[in-house]
Design a protein. Structure first.
Length: 67
């Protein structure tokens, strides 16, 4: 299944949920925001949100820092 992630095409094996995608990408769930097809998806819905061929995602990964 081909998905567009931050403007780049990437291939994944279906079935896949948003939670599974975040896991496959190795991102920490508490530091990520996801927009699926121009709609922000609440974190508590990731496990229930199935992805489909051609879906477009924007993923923002927050990085902490400080002095």
């Amino acid at each position: 299944m081909k998905l567009q992630i931050n403007g780049e095409p990437k291939d994944f094996n279906p079935p896949l949920t948003l939670a599974g995608l975040v896991d496959q990408l190795g991102m920490k769930t508490d530091r990520v925001a996801i927009e699926l097809n121009r709609s922000i998806v609440a974190r508590d819905l990731w496990a229930k949100t199935s992805l489909a061929e051609g879906d477009r995602l924007e993923i923002v990964h927050f990085v902490g820092g400080g002095i």
